[in-house]
Design a binder for this molecule. Structure first.
Ligand SMILES: Cc1cc2nc3c(=O)[nH]c(=O)nc-3n(C[C@H](O)[C@H](O)[C@H](O)COP(=O)(O)OP(=O)(O)OC[C@H]3O[C@@H](n4cnc5c(N)ncnc54)[C@H](O)[C@@H]3O)c2cc1C
Length: 365
């Protein structure tokens, strides 16, 4: 009999599957995509996320990512650069998810690809191809998109102008090596930011979180929005000059930044973005995903399926402080007046940046 069904083989689902399988559970890991691709994500792995990967027994060298030691902020004509508290990494989601999925399978989980879960009802999961799967414990790790029957409401102030994510890969170029190097860059602009980091193959991952009104002003065309931002912000424009526009731009709408839940029902563990969505400016979404998967497996080990409500409550409490600080920093960053002040302060007080970087991490459980 299957002990646990995990829905979604991203960082949260695979971390849970690894912990459960190593504890002796018979685990079914469902993933809707047939091949591992590059999810819309900044690709910045914080030092805390790296430590969680170490604890899962994932070899950092197998990721082969780009070492990241600094954070660079741009706002209008201002710029600051600060060393991070510890070394981080830039790595593509294709690489990270592939390595984690392989570890889950090696631990004994059964990975079924091309299986799209549509609804959860008690101990059963319905799939798009009409199958009904059952297990005493369900782990919902379906990530960025909402899951039917499991609402993720946005804060009232986001409702009139929702946040969306965009991603463009910039192919490897020696000039980008020189411009970005071992830094993660945050280009702040009115109603959004663009994050830029190099990955294991030398390409750079450009990820934007911005309000929909910005896209509307660009006629709904993500490419036109990026070009307009590049024209208005020369440092960003300098980097976008190396874009290969034929690669396509990934987009996702309605990202409910700041939402988190303490509620669930016995038998249902909500993980990663299905438990809480930390503003991505903090670069801690994957850390949260890994931490939640790990903690859910530990809760199941000690209390079985009935431990889900207590687990959810404790996870929500762990998220409170980093979410509050990440929200404040993100809102300051997307307002041109405060973004300039933030960048100037970062330049004068590097310890402030290091404090913010630490304070937005999810603490150990
Ligand atoms: C613009 C932007 C930039 C970001 N940048 C960073 C960053 O630099 N660093 C960082 O740490 N975090 C970043 N994040 C946050 C990070 O991407 C997420 O928090 C993280 O991916 C959550 O992991 P997850 O496992 O919960 O979900 P996901 O990574 O979304 O994985 C979910 C998995 O479930 C699968 N799935 C979905 N639905 C179903 C279904 N119905 N049935 C079966 N399978 C399903 C998906 O195919 C996917 O494989 C960013 C987010 C955004 C929006």
């Amino acid at each position: 009999m299957t002990d646990a069904i995990v829905i979604g083989a991203g960082p949260a689902g695979t971390a849970a599957a690894i912990g459960l399988a190593r504890a002796g559970a018979k685990v079914l890991l469902l993933e809707r995509s047939r091949e591992t691709g590059d999810t819309l994500c900044g690709g910045f792995l914080s030092w805390q996320s790296l430590a969680r990967l170490d604890a899962l027994g994932i070899d950092r060298a197998a990721l082969g990512g780009q070492q990241v030691g600094r954070v660079r902020l741009f706002a209008g004509s201002r710029r600051s650069e600060t060393s991070l508290p510890q070394a981080a990494m830039g790595v593509s989601r294709r690489r990270l998810d592939s390595v984690l999925q392989a570890a889950a399978v090696a631990a004994g989980a059964e990975l079924q690809r091309g299986v799209h879960a549509t609804t959860i009802d008690g101990q059963t999961v319905q799939t798009r191809d009409g199958a009904t799967l059952a297990a005493p414990a369900l782990f919902l790790a379906a990530g960025k998109h909402g899951f039917r029957g499991q609402p993720r409401e946005v804060a009232p102030w986001q409702q009139h102008d929702p946040v969306m994510g965009l991603r463009l890969r910039l192919p490897h170029h020696a000039a980008l090596d020189r411009l970005i190097g071992d830094a993660v860059e945050l280009h702040l602009f009115d109603r959004g930011y663009a994050g830029l980091v190099q990955q294991e193959d030398g390409s750079a991952n450009l990820c934007l979180a911005t309000h929909k009104s910005r896209l509307d002003e660009a006629g709904g065309d993500p490419g036109a929005l990026l070009r307009a931002l590049g024209a208005a912000h020369p440092m960003l424009g300098e980097r976008l000059a190396y874009a290969d526009w034929s690669c396509g731009i990934d987009a996702i709408g309605h990202v409910p930044y700041g939402w988190r839940t303490a509620d669930t029902e016995p038998g249902l563990f909500r993980l990663g973005d299905q438990a809480g969505v930390i503003p991505s400016l903090a670069g801690e979404g994957m850390g949260l995903a890994l931490a939640s998967g790990d903690a859910a497996a530990a809760a199941w080990r000690h209390g079985g399926a009935g431990a889900a409500p207590v687990f959810q409550h404790q996870l929500a409490a762990r998220m409170a402080r980093p979410f509050a600080i990440a929200n404040v920093v993100w809102r300051a960053g997307e307002n041109p007046r405060t973004a300039g002040v933030l960048t100037a302060l970062s330049s004068s007080f590097p310890s402030l940046v290091r404090w913010m970087s630490q304070a937005t991490r999810i603490a150990a459980g």
